[in-house]
Write a protein that binds this ligand. Structure first.
Ligand SMILES: Cc1cc2nc3c(=O)[nH]c(=O)nc-3n(C[C@H](O)[C@H](O)[C@H](O)COP(=O)(O)OP(=O)(O)OC[C@H]3O[C@@H](n4cnc5c(N)ncnc54)[C@H](O)[C@@H]3O)c2cc1C
Length: 542
């Protein structure tokens, strides 16, 4: 093999398809491509099997936040818009990828997101085009309807822990004029209500659980864990093989038909750059032979930022109270063990709201995640007093960043720059969003549960003060996308069939292909993308 200087090997195993990364998208592909038994599939995953018990308990997401055995634990470079702070970026490194460590919320985004993707020239990606794939993936506990599927691999369930605070939040939002919405994934996203989660009877439904488990004993599906892809190998501009490191040994596997990169929004562009597909100057500066000068690889990185308000509560009804009380804590454990209910089923939000900061907008630009506990930073100890949190997340940031390798070595983390709060629209959305959230927190239904605003503090009311608070405390909602963006302009990396433009036999299938960040949580949309990709790949194999 030539191109990037790979040497051929005689004992190289061959597969029809090689999938790099067993995350939200990779597990879907592994299942769908191996389903009819005609194609052999190799699934490579850098992390281990999903045996850590906290993966399967919803609240365990807080425990895995900084658990390096299953987490890449990236950091951004210093962020200019956040006063030079680095922002911690957890990503799943385990079967199921980030769907094994995420906050479990099932939020697809707005119809308008997909129609915007279509409007940007991406034929086949409008809302009407993608809805059948959301439905095909879904096993909705409420049953199927015009917007929902029943009988798919991905279990979507209602909330199993009814606490008075989360209910009061929804009532309070309605009191401020936000309509009640029983289904954020139905006709319209706007309103206040309760999140659904990717869980089955109180246990996490990751894409490994939903898609890989039913497929793993198929003779034509080969799964390798602890296998870190180092680079792709080319003959000219046709990809032929993957070189990966496993148990200290360098191995190579060859693909007869295609290689599908599903390594996530950080690792997919990293792998392309390491393989010689990326901005030529960057690759040359690391001594990498250029296969294709593709300046868009790693470009256009977007992420959701969130800023939390923490409120002290005069009643012992928060999760902080359960955790610091040994008997209540033990009862919560027993309740979960016996019934799979109670505080251990809490995900990254119980209730929430989607609203517009400006009536001229066509659809909500803010998402609120309400959660009946509080902490200084996610993944750290809960406060030793009764308190809860609600975060403001801007749904469609204008700010764009980049991802660039820092070394030709795959084990060296890339430079991640998100450029949070880089535009006036983004800064204004947070200031207005926090003001609207404060109105909700002051509404009658929440009055009995609020004493003192711990963060940012009631004395901070000016635009400058609120923005300063955002800069000092804002953190990610863990939704990086668009680093291998779909499109047909010169900076687009993949076309509408997710094929890497200018390269043969290579697709990217994961959150990195989103043309821009959609207005919701990114797991369900990534699974939808992989469902649609699997049809396109099988069509092209005929
Ligand atoms: C803490 C956290 C909370 C979140 N909360 C939510 C939520 O509540 N709701 C929601 O919808 N979304 C949430 N998300 C986001 C969502 O989970 C992700 O957007 C989604 O899982 C991305 O899927 P993916 O397939 O693109 O990447 P991933 O699922 O991250 O999969 C990539 C896989 O590739 C593997 N890999 C990477 N590089 C290599 C390599 N070189 N060789 C081999 N394997 C490799 C990784 O180990 C990983 O398993 C959260 C994410 C995190 C991290």
């Amino acid at each position: 093999m030539q191109g990037n200087g790979a040497s051929p090997s005689n004992d190289m195993p061959e597969f029809d398809y090689i999938i790099v990364g067993a995350g939200s998208a990779g597990c879907v592909l592994a299942n769908r491509l191996s389903a009819d038994g005609r194609h052999s599939v190799l699934l490579l995953e850098a992390g281990p099997k999903d045996t850590n018990i906290w993966i399967h308990v919803p609240i365990g997401y807080a425990k895995l936040f900084k658990e390096k055995s299953v987490n890449w634990m990236y950091q951004t470079e210093p962020e200019p818009g956040l006063g030079g702070r680095q922002v911690f970026q957890p990503r799943g490194k385990v079967l199921g990828g980030s769907s094994s460590i995420n906050g479990l919320l099932y939020v697809r985004g707005q119809h308008e997101d997909y129609d915007r993707w279509r409007q940007r020239g991406n034929v086949g990606w409008g809302y009407d085009d993608v809805l059948p794939y959301f439905k095909r993936a879904e096993n909705q506990v409420r049953g199927g309807d015009a917007y929902h599927g029943a009988g798919g691999p991905l279990h979507v369930s209602d909330w199993r822990h009814h606490d008075p605070l989360s209910e009061a939040f929804v009532k309070a939002a309605v009191e401020t004029g936000i309509p009640f919405n029983p289904d954020f994934n139905g006709a319209s996203q706007e309103g206040a209500g309760f999140f659904q989660t990717t869980t089955r009877r109180g246990r996490r439904a990751s894409s490994a659980f939903s898609y890989l488990r039913p497929a793993r004993t198929r003779p034509n599906l080969h799964i390798e864990t602890g296998a870190l892809a180092q680079r792709l190998l080319f003959e000219g501009r046709r990809v032929r093989a993957v070189e990966y490191r496993q148990n200290g040994r360098l191995r190579t596997a060859r693909a007869r038909k295609e290689i599908l990169v599903s390594s996530g929004a950080y690792n997919s562009p990293q792998l392309l750059q390491l393989s010689g597909v990326g901005p030529a100057e960057l690759l040359k500066s690391h001594g990498i032979d250029v296969v294709l000068d593709a300046p868009g690889v790693g470009n256009d990185l977007q992420d959701h930022l969130q800023v939390r308000i923490v409120m002290k509560c005069p009643q012992p009804v928060t999760l902080n109270d359960v955790v610091r009380h040994p008997v209540r804590k033990a009862m919560a454990g027993l309740q979960y063990a016996a019934l799979r209910k109670g505080p251990l089923t809490i995900a990254a939000g119980t209730s929430g709201a989607f609203f517009k900061t400006n009536p001229r907008l066509a659809s909500p630009d803010i998402q609120i995640h309400f959660i009946p506990f509080s902490t200084d930073k996610m993944g750290e100890k809960l406060h030793p007093f009764s308190a809860f949190s609600a975060s403001v997340c801007q749904l469609r940031p204008e700010s764009r960043g980049s991802l660039k390798i820092k070394s030709a070595d795959a084990s060296v983390p890339p430079a991640i720059r998100i450029n949070y709060l880089a535009t006036e629209t983004d800064r204004a959305a947070f200031i207005d969003g926090m003001r609207i959230l404060r109105k909700i927190l002051a509404a009658p239904a929440l009055k009995p549960y609020c004493t003192e605003e711990v963060y940012p503090g009631a004395n901070i009311t000016s635009d400058e003060g609120l923005l300063d608070f955002c800069r000092k405390t804002g953190s990610t909602v863990y939704h990086p996308t668009s680093t291998c963006r779909m499109g047909s302009d010169p900076l687009a990396v993949v076309d509408q069939r997710l094929k890497v433009r200018g390269i043969e036999g290579l697709r990217v299938v994961d959150a990195s292909v989103m043309p821009d960040l959609m207005s919701g949580n990114t797991n369900a949309p990534t699974i939808m993308i992989a469902e649609k990709a699997s049809d396109m790949i099988l069509e092209d194999a005929r």
